[in-house]
Design a protein around this ligand. Structure first.
Ligand code: PEP
Length: 252
């Protein structure tokens, strides 16, 4: 199980430091935690996380390693600032920065080339779901976003229905199960049944609904936006993931 915090363009630096110290001083067995921090915060957060087991990631990277790309950051810069992973293809970047799945694949290849792990986001809009296209949209996004040469061990996928992000409208467990099964099929086709990378759910996950989401088949964690800015709420989500992971181990 993976629980990842996506702080987006939040919070102020002082509050970020307090949140990161809370993350570093807590421990949750059987789960991996990741903090996707704003790029200027990577170095200060890497210092604050240094005595804990939380991994640090960037929220995007460029596909080139250097050059005339004002305002962008490269995968090697993320790595040099303490990141070991990067979030790619978030719907906010797809929508606000015109990021296509082809661009995401190039960024993913660059990140892998620099030794970073990648978390690729996919998800349908409300209009696409209402049109009955949710499954096909997500299949197409994922197939194109995955670069040609990528080891399964370097990847995770976050299924994030766009209409559920930041709205409080969490997807129904049955719908999450269907979409995760569809994503697992694509990953199995690509990597084989024994090497399907973790698939996380994202979209209005909070301390109250996390356990029910983690009980859905093939859900291996959560990408958490708003609730990750509240140390207590995020800790409760991590606790729920930890319990789920423990019961999974007991079932085996
Ligand atoms: C996100 O931005 O990835 C996200 C899931 O946000 P929220 O949890 O606020 O819906």
């Amino acid at each position: 199980m993976i629980v990842a915090a996506n702080w987006k363009m939040n919070p102020a630096l002082a509050a970020a430091g307090v949140l990161a110290r809370a993350l570093a001083t807590q421990a949750f067995p059987h789960i991996q935690r990741i903090l996707f921090a704003p790029h200027p915060y990577l170095v200060p957060m890497s210092v604050r996380l240094s005595d804990g087991d939380v991994r640090l990631g960037g929220q995007d990277c460029h596909s080139a390693d250097s050059g005339a790309f004002t305002g962008d950051v490269s995968a090697s810069m993320l790595r040099d600032c303490g990141a070991s992973t990067v979030l790619l293809g978030h719907s906010e970047r797809r929508a606000a920065h015109g990021e296509t799945s082809h661009i995401v694949a190039k960024k993913a290849a660059a990140a892998i080339g620099q030794g970073l792990d990648i978390m690729i986001c996919v998800g349908e809009t409300k209009a696409e779901r209402d049109d009955g296209k949710a499954e096909q949209v997500v299949i197409d996004q994922l197939r194109v976003s995955l670069p040609a040469q990528v080891p399964a061990s370097k990847i995770s996928v976050a299924y994030e229905p766009v209409w559920a992000i930041g709205t409080g409208a969490v997807a129904a467990p049955d719908d999450i199960a269907v979409m995760h099964a569809v994503i697992a099929d694509v990953l199995e086709e690509r990597f084989g049944a024994e090497a399907v990378p973790p698939i996380l759910y994202g979209g209005s996950v909070n301390a109250e609904n996390a356990s029910a989401i983690f009980a859905v088949p093939k859900v291996r964690g959560a990408l958490v936006g708003g609730a990750s800015l509240d140390a207590d709420a995020f800790a409760r989500i991590c606790s729920a993931a930890s319990r789920r992971a423990e019961s999974g181990i007991a079932e085996r």
